[in-house]
Design a protein around this ligand. Structure first.
Ligand SMILES: Nc1ncnc2c1ncn2[C@@H]1O[C@H](COP(=O)(O)OP(=O)(O)O)[C@@H](O)[C@H]1O
Ligand SMILES: [Mg+2]
Length: 370
């Protein structure tokens, strides 16, 4: 039955529909229309940007070369064709031939009354899984906070006892034994320093939130980095100058961005560039875990480097404490960043884009900021 027949002529008279192409391109989900020969007949704008190719390239070269031979996307389309059913696969790891990976729901639907025609659509999961992950990370960070607080409290006192005793002993000792007591003292000092670092997590004093110009914070951190640990690299700043203020704790924000930039510097190839960007993104909203209210996080800050990215084994756990692939690393840097971002009501995501590593932070506006 023709669906448009249901619209009563009286109502239809008052509505002028936009051109179908405009409707098609306005759809937020990437969709490909596949012919019975499995060629691309149409691709909407969302599909072009999701797949990173133009519609005319898709029409010329087909969609299949975009995915590796064993791709689940190919298998789903094959299956839908042979079994003559619609198929939906949720939360797939879609890998592209170029190596890019995206989590997405993949839907293959047959066009009613059009034998062999299919719509292949994708629902990228970045947003939903990002929120799931954040909530998990906050849990992990909280339990680490508890452990760290307990350790700090329980270990620091006996440590000063040990240090004092070693010092006393060393006074009544000869050369070789003195060397050993010296060793006890330096190792105790090392443990103390580690605990002091962990106490950064347990610090739950209310932070002093004030309006902050994020570019001023970033500029300061960039200067510190370029003069110190990042001396051998290039820094580039791509800012949206119209970005409004955020409510934040300046010291905590500086600490967080320093950690991100330090990681970026450590991951950069020789002569590489570390890029800081800001942007205003109207559309991004997340559901808060507690109330379920939807909050808008329009301020985006990215720290981008040209390194190889995190090893696959840890890529899904970067923001958890004690996860590190670096010799001598503590794995506390990104956990602290995630805590600070969470304290500011934001979320953070690790991403790979065009061979570069992107740490993307999304923050809410300061109340009353336009
Ligand atoms: N920009 C980056 N590029 C590649 N890997 C990164 C980057 N930032 C962090 N990582 C990975 O995440 C791990 C955890 O980082 P972090 O929490 O700062 O701890 P640490 O630096 O002490 O190892 C690092 O060991 C590294 O493997
Ligand atoms: Mg680090």
């Amino acid at each position: 039955m023709n669906r448009t027949a249901r619209v009563s002529p009286a109502k239809a008279r008052f509505v002028t529909l936009p051109h179908p192409t405009d409707i098609w391109n306005a759809l937020p989900a990437p969709i490909l229309l596949l012919s019975p020969e499995n060629r691309v007949a149409l691709a909407n704008s969302a599909a072009e940007s999701f797949l990173n190719v133009s519609q005319s390239q898709l029409v010329d070269r087909g969609w299949e070369p975009l995915f590796p031979h064993d791709s689940p996307v190919r298998a789903l389309v094959d299956e839908a064709r042979t079994s003559r059913t619609d198929i939906a696969a949720y939360d797939l790891l879609v890998e592209f031939a170029g190596g890019r990976r995206v989590r997405a729901d993949v839907l293959v639907g047959r066009l009613a009354d059009q034998q062999g025609w299919m719509a292949l659509s994708f629902q990228p999961r970045a947003v939903t899984s990002l929120v799931d992950r954040q909530i998990g990370q906050q849990g992990a960070a909280r339990s680490a906070v508890g452990v760290a607080a307990m350790l700090a409290h329980e270990i620091k006192n006996p440590l000063s006892g040990i240090r004092g005793a070693a010092q006393l002993l060393s006074e009544s000792m000869d050369g070789e034994s003195q060397e050993l007591t010296g060793l006890v003292i330096t190792e105790v000092d090392r443990i103390r320093a580690l605990i002091d670092r962990m106490e950064g997590f347990t610090d739950t004093r209310p932070q002093s939130f004030q309006r902050q110009n994020i570019h001023a914070v970033l500029g300061h951190v960039r200067k510190l980095a370029a003069a110190g640990f990042g001396k051998h690299l290039q820094f580039r700043e791509r800012y949206d100058p119209s970005l409004p203020d955020v409510m934040g704790d300046r010291d905590a924000m500086i600490q967080a961005f320093l950690n991100l930039i330090k990681n970026a510097v450590e991951a950069s190839p020789a002569g590489g560039t570390v890029t800081l960007t800001t942007a205003f993104r109207q559309g991004f909203r997340v559901r808060t875990p507690g109330t379920g209210a939807r909050v808008s996080l329009p301020l985006e800050v990215c720290v981008i480097d040209e390194g190889e990215g995190a090893p696959a084994e840890i890529a899904g756990h970067l923001f958890e404490p004690f996860v590190s692939a670096r010799r001598g690393g503590t794995g506390l840097g990104l956990a602290l960043v995630a805590k600070v971002v969470g304290d500011h009501g934001g979320v953070i995501e690790y991403d790979r884009q065009q061979g570069r590593t992107v740490f993307r932070i999304l923050l809410p506006l300061a109340p009353g900021a336009e």
